[in-house]
Ligand binder design. Structure first.
Ligand code: 0GY
Length: 295
């Protein structure tokens, strides 16, 4: 692993908040283990190993029932570690893949069978080299047969340039980490307004995640993050999901490794009622990832 890599907290605090029955950790990753699932040559970081068994142990410890495992950039377009995690979850994990434009229908069908329900388009330049719009449109055409959605990851400053492209896409779009706002600004100010406006479109969903990346006030309470996540949850309660982001890729960029128990204890501050908590943690992720199990 990288010399300055921060490994996940091996012994997080038991959260005070008890998630509702059937709660989904809808944004997390697996890393390797590297001797079984080698990291990609084009990766921008080399993490510690963080395999599926540890992830599922954390799920149980934190009081969650299911996971959505998002392909991490350190594995590039080689989705084997993520798919292996799905196939060892007894149906309690779904996945989001990162695929090449020339992926075949049969490869997509195999991933669908394993539990993949979306692809991720990553525009964060320190993690990947973004491609032209046509490249992504080609992928959209291929996933249409499976009804998958698209997870988009971008920096706040990039929304203005990509907005029309995003809005031209026919699928559900799920934005990672609220589009990475500057949480030192006013939540009702002009900086966050374009993102809230973007969310007015019915096919745009958002993950109210990553206080450990976005906060400047820092742990354990991440106070500056809270009004931003709460604003999105209260304004768009039916299109928000939540996740730990375990094992917290690339946090050497930010400088601390969060205690995952602290992260869970933020939930009642961003979703202050039982109804909002149920939508955020159960109803919404189930609708997106396990629609066949909803009445
Ligand atoms: C995240 C965010 C980051 C990294 C990745 O796949 C990844 O490498 O997602 C990041 O560094 O901001 O969603 O975990």
């Amino acid at each position: 692993m990288d010399a300055n890599w921060l490994c996940f907290d091996p012994a997080p605090t038991k959260p005070s908040f008890t998630p509702p029955l059937g709660a989904v950790d809808a944004h997390c990753h697996v890393f390797g283990p590297g001797d079984v699932f080698p990291f990609a040559p084009e990766r921008k970081y080399t993490p510690c190993d963080a395999g599926r068994d540890i992830l599922y142990g954390l799920r149980d410890f934190l009081g969650f029932s299911r996971n959505v495992v998002v392909q991490a950039t350190c594995h590039g377009k080689d989705n084997r570690a993520m798919v292996d995690a799905l196939t060892h979850a007894n149906g309690r994990a779904r996945g989001v893949a990162d695929v090449k434009a020339d992926i075949s229908h049969d490869e997509l069908a195999a991933m669908h069978e394993a539990g993949v329900r979306g692809v991720r388009f990553n525009y964060v330049k320190r993690l990947v080299d973004p491609k032209p719009d046509e490249y992504y449109r080609g992928i959209i055409e291929k996933i249409a047969a499976f009804g998958w959605h698209v997870v988009i990851y971008f920096e706040a400053a990039d929304l203005a340039e990509k907005r029309d492209f995003f809005l031209s896409l026919p699928t559900t779009l799920v934005v990672d980490h609220m589009g990475r706002p500057d949480v030192t600004k006013d939540v009702d100010g002009p900086e966050f307004a374009p993102f809230l406006k973007f969310m007015e479109n019915d096919n745009i969903w958002c993950k109210v995640t990553c206080p450990e990346r976005l906060s400047k006030s820092g742990p354990p309470t991440y106070d500056d993050f809270v009004p931003f996540a709460r604003k999105v949850v209260e304004t768009y309660p039916d299109r928000v999901i939540w996740g730990t982001d375990w094992p917290h890729p690339n946090l050497n960029m930010v400088g601390h490794m969060p205690d995952d128990g602290w992260l869970v204890d933020i939930i009642p501050r961003i979703a202050p009622t039982a109804e909002l908590q149920r939508k955020l943690l159960v109803d919404n992720p189930m609708r997106l990832y396990w629609p066949e199990e909803r009445p």
